[in-house]
Design a protein around this ligand. Sequence first.
Ligand SMILES: Cc1cc2nc3c(=O)[nH]c(=O)nc-3n(C[C@H](O)[C@H](O)[C@H](O)COP(=O)(O)OP(=O)(O)OC[C@H]3O[C@@H](n4cnc5c(N)ncnc54)[C@H](O)[C@@H]3O)c2cc1C
Length: 360
Amino acid sequence: MVRKTESLLKLVNEAVSVVVDAGYTGHQQTFRKTLAKYCDSVKMVEGDVVVPVKTASTRAEPYARTIRPKLLNKLDNFLETVPEIPVKQSSTDLDIEGLRYETFEHLLKDFGSIEFVEPVKDVVGGEDEAHKRLETFVGERLDRYAAERSDPGSEACSELSPYLRYGMISPVQVLKRVFEYRRRGDVNVESLINELVVWRELARNGEVYNPFFEKYEGLPEWARETLSIHAGDRREQVYSMSELERADTHDVYWNAAQQELLATGKIHNYMRMYWCKKLLEWTDSPETAYRYAVYLNNKYGLDAEDPNSYLGISWCFGAYDRPFTESKIYGKVRRMTDQSLKRKKQINNYIQRWSAPAGI
Ligand SMILES: Cc1cc2nc3c(=O)[nH]c(=O)nc-3n(C[C@H](O)[C@H](O)[C@H](O)COP(=O)(O)OP(=O)(O)OC[C@H]3O[C@@H](n4cnc5c(N)ncnc54)[C@H](O)[C@@H]3O)c2cc1C
């Protein structure tokens, strides 16, 4: 790794200016700060959001409802896509001393003791595939989005999260294409904006303004307090990490969600909430549950590690939500039971689809 860092820094020293994507996770922010120490000019492009984070808000927003008007008021000012300019020298053709790898396996070996997982089958990466999925979404799913996005078996969502995660498509490109089909004000368009802009950019706001956003300590005080009061409540089941990883629990819904994660690298949003909340019931403490959720989500999620990963997980532990009637283990944090899943019209499709083991 030292060799790689040295090679990169040599390049940086010779550069007039370095232009980087504005990633928001902790390690991406640290990377940029390190880079800035070695280069006179570092320029950051905020292509991962519609409204630049510090333009949207100047504080850590506590709820979606507090950031929503700030984003929606500014949305129209940021809907231009930048014209594509062909590069003179592709970075993939560069021959840099210290960064030459004969094969992909050699490159992986250089990363040392990182844990690798089997590639997911049938998932194609890249910009073309991202745009293909966007076309399927606007053509076949958009008009059902608001009504069916929370029904795990109905396939009404875009399934774009891994492509957004890796910058293979931008939220502005998604919105512009959607606006060619349906206008602002359409119930499905507004519902998509709520997820793709409001919740997604709330996560970026958290990364920038809450120094503990990725940690259990970043949860609101009331949530940590109530979870700590109930930390000693008896757990009916406690599962080990390997049982969870293998989707080997008594709960058919949870197992299906974990199988979906293993097979596709993501989980349907509604199931993901259930999947994460159950960890509170099945581990010995809320801190362990949080750690397990981050580990499983980020190890197997093709759309992780992303600010959304931490927003989604922390929401399951009370962040960005309000206190509810007190219950066992959860305290005042919102509970989720399989009763809400049983009411979903298409839940049996989901269970059938993901009950076959994907294997790890
Ligand atoms: C415990 C937990 C962990 C999560 N981990 C991740 C993660 O690692 N990566 C990730 O991208 N999302 C994560 N989410 C958020 C959400 O589940 C996914 O973004 C969504 O399911 C992706 O499916 P889609 O692309 O079909 O979404 P669509 O419904 O089609 O939405 C379009 C896009 O909007 C954004 N979006 C949708 N829902 C949310 C949300 N609730 N919060 C923030 N942004 C949202 C995503 O970028 C998504 O691709 C997590 C949620 C929970 C509860």
